[in-house]
Each structure stands twice: as structure tokens, then as C-alpha cells.
Design a binder for this molecule. Structure first.
Ligand code: NIG
Length: 386
């Protein structure tokens, strides 16, 4: 792969404390990695030179929470919600039915389409989940399809008790045969800990069974009302607890004292007419915050991380720097990928060459010009994808 030097960067956000934010900067990409970052005047030569003429450059978005293995859509449910119906976890069953009916090729095509859509908007690392299969066969199939296409794959057999099944019987299946069959295809296990899905004890049981098989842990918690999800996620040492829409002071304190990332999903809260999470309380207490799209056909059908960042700044009292960091480094931390050989969400020598260029002089424009497509160019693993 030819080495590329990106020059004329008006504002370079690196998320690397030793480099910081630079003006009139350059970046070198070689063999899937960043190899150099510094002032344009000192930029080394490379095979390809791209002058971005004063535009802002930042790490590609790290979308650490999506549900992209699905078929069908839920337009009718969305329209009913906008007319005043509440969001109900039970809507998941509609997508389960459509997903079970779809062929492998259709599911893979849908996943690819959504990943391409995200990449065109600057997203270069995506986590996605199973959870619309809910049989051993359908969950394994989803995990296998996702494995070749997404960066990170999470098993979410404990998304909902399939209609007509007894919760304890279904949990026996999830904690036994299903996890056995799926564990080699995924890195993470997640559970939807919420009224209408799984309670704290049931969730603990799933996560303990996953940990015994060597999987990392994630939790959907406190989405629709205050509940035990956040405390339970911290207690079991989950890498992240996602949603965090309804938090008590004790939840905020527990997150601040833990290594568990609070992953906020503002597009979901808007689409389900929930309040937006108290990002300020989390940040001020010292918790690590990530922003993710939660792209799925039910509660949040957007792949736009820029929309999440704009919402976080305009309505959640996050600064632009905090929101951009949460959507890049924060997502990487939630996936435990912020350091090491394949680090994402950071632009430092050795990190993965995942870079986005905005058609804007600074990242502030993400909030200043909300809804305007600002993606100018994107490199993923050193390859120009836009
Ligand atoms: O994160 N909360 C649970 N799961 C998804 C919703 C999935 C759906 O409604 O289809 C979420 O919002």
C-alpha cells in the first residue's frame, strides 16, 4: 500500500496527550498505520500527497453500539410513537420475525449497506450485535455473518424472551447451548437489563456464563426507567453500560469510580421520546463517556455519529472537544481498543490509520452546522474509502 501524507490540516485532533491538537499539521499513513503526525513544514515525503487545504482532521468515528444484523424496518411503529405511543421493548419481536425469515445473503447485504453508509459519514470502526435471531441457529448465523464484516461482534441472545417461551427455559438455552455455539464467533456478550426484558439476577446469570467462556461483558441498562442495570454492570466489571438515560446519583458515582464506560445513545433517546442522558453529571464526576449511534430499526434508525455529536453539544451540555472525544476515543475505550497494536479512535504513530477529514475548518462545525453533511474524505486502515 503506498504511503500517503495528508498536509494542510487546519485543525488536527489526535486524542493523543503527547501530540495534542495541532494547527497547520500533517499526518502520514502507511501500511494500515499512522506513522507520523506533526507540523506540515516538517512533513516527510510519501508516495501520495493530499493537501486538505485547511480542513479539520480527526480520528474516524468509533461506533461502539449498533444492531445491524436485521431484516425489515419498523416505520409503522416509529410513526405510532411520533403520534404518542410509548417505545416498548416488545417491538424487538417484530424484527426477530423478519430476520429469521431472511436468507443469509439478504442479512449480509443489509449489514454491508449499513456499514458502507456509516463509512461514508466518517465511521471507521463498528461494533454490532446479534439479538434478532433468538434461536441457537439464528444467533450463530448472525454472529458468523457479522464476524467477517464488522470490527467487533457481540452476542445478544438475551435481548428479549421470544414470545411464547418461558423466561427460565430461554435463559437455560442462552446460558448453555446458545453460548456454547456462538462463543467462538464473538468477543463480547451483552444483556438487555430492563423491565420487559431481563432483570438483574437473570442478567447476572447470562454474563457469568459468558465470562466463563472468556467473553468480555457489556450491558444495556437504564434505558426506559431507573433500574439495576448500571449498578450490575459496574459490579460485574462490564467494559461498558449503554443507554444510561435514567441515572441516580449512586449510578453516576459508581460509574465514576469504575472502569465501566457510560455509553450514551442520544439518537435513540430522541427517537423514543426519552429525556437525554445527564452527560454533564457523568463527566463532572469523572466517568468515561462514549457516544454511539445505536443504529437499529426499532429505537434509533440512524448511522450518523455526527448527529450524535451535534446533539451532545447542543442539548447535553458537552463541549465539542468532549463530544468528539466520546465518539472516537470513548468508543474505542468502550471496546477496549484505545491502545495496543490495533488502536482506534486516536491518531498517533502505530495506531490504525482511520482518519476523517471534515469539509470545515474545525470540529466545532459539527455542532455549528448540524445536519449538514461535512464528511470530505475518509481513510480506513490506510485505504481511502471516501
Ligand atoms: O438498544 N434496548 C434494546 N435494544 C435496542 C432496541 C432494539 C429494537 O427496538 O429493535 C436498543 O435500543
Amino acid at each position: 500500500m503506498p504511503a500517503t501524507v495528508i498536509t494542510g490540516i487546519g485543525e488536527l485532533t489526535t486524542n493523543e496527550p503527547e501530540i495534542g491538537k495541532l494547527e497547520d499539521a500533517a499526518l502520514v499513513l502507511e501500511d494500515e498505520r499512522i506513522t507520523w503526525a506533526g507540523p506540515t513544514s516538517r512533513a516527510p515525503a510519501a508516495d501520495v500527497r493530499v493537501d486538505v487545504e485547511g480542513r479539520a482532521v480527526l480520528p474516524g468515528w468509533v461506533d461502539s453500539h449498533t444492531h445491524l444484523l436485521f431484516a425489515g424496518d419498523r416505520t409503522t411503529e416509529f410513526a405510532a410513537r411520533m403520534a404518542g405511543e410509548p417505545y416498548r421493548a416488545g417491538g424487538i419481536a417484530v424484527t426477530v420475525e423478519a430476520t429469521r425469515r431472511a436468507g443469509d445473503e439478504e442479512l449480509a447485504r443489509n449489514l454491508r449497506r449499513h456499514l458502507d453508509e456509516a463509512a461514508a459519514q466518517g465511521t471507521t470502526c463498528v461494533e454490532t450485535k446479534t439479538g434478532y435471531g433468538l434461536t441457537v441457529e439464528d444467533e450463530v448465523r448472525a454472529a458468523e455473518i457479522a464476524n467477517g464484516l464488522a470490527d467487533e461482534v457481540t452476542f445478544l441472545g438475551a435481548h428479549l424472551v421470544p414470545p411464547g417461551e418461558r423466561a427460565e427455559d430461554y435463559l437455560d438455552l442462552v446460558c448453555g447451548e446458545m453460548l456454547d455455539a456462538v462463543a467462538t464467533h464473538v468477543r463480547w456478550c451483552d444483556v438487555f437489563c430492563e423491565k420487559g426484558a431481563f432483570d438483574a439476577d437473570q442478567s447476572r446469570r447470562v454474563l457469568a456464563a459468558a465470562a466463563r467462556r472468556g467473553l468480555g461483558l457489556r450491558v444495556h441498562g437504564n434505558q426506559l426507567e431507573p433500574g439495576p442495570g448500571v449498578a450490575m454492570a459496574v459490579e460485574v466489571g462490564a467494559a461498558s453500560v449503554d443507554h444510561c438515560t435514567h441515572l441516580t446519583d449512586a449510578d453516576v458515582g459508581a460509574l465514576a469510580e469504575s472502569d465501566t464506560v457510560a455509553t450514551l445513545l442520544p439518537a435513540c433517546d430522541l427517537s423514543t421520546r426519552q429525556p437525554l442522558p445527564d452527560a454533564r453529571a457523568l463527566l463532572d464526576a469523572g466517568a468515561t463517556v462514549a457516544l454511539a449511534s445505536n443504529c437499529n430499526p426499532g429505537s434509533s434508525y440512524t448511522s450518523s455519529m455526527a448527529f450524535c455529536v451535534a446533539t451532545a453539544v447542543l442539548q447535553m451540555r458537552m463541549s465539542v472537544d468532549e463530544a468528539v472525544r466520546a465518539a472516537t476515543w470513548g468508543g474505542a475505550r468502550a471496546l477496549r481498543r484505545e491502545s495496543g497494536a490495533d488502536a482506534v479512535g486516536v491518531l498517533r504513530p502505530g495506531a490504525r490509520a482511520d482518519v476523517q477529514v471534515l469539509d470545515a475548518p474545525s470540529a466545532t462545525w459539527l455542532a455549528y452546522r448540524p445536519g449538514v453533511p461535512l464528511t470530505h474524505a475518509v481513510w480506513r486502515k490506510g485505504d481511502r474509502v471516501r
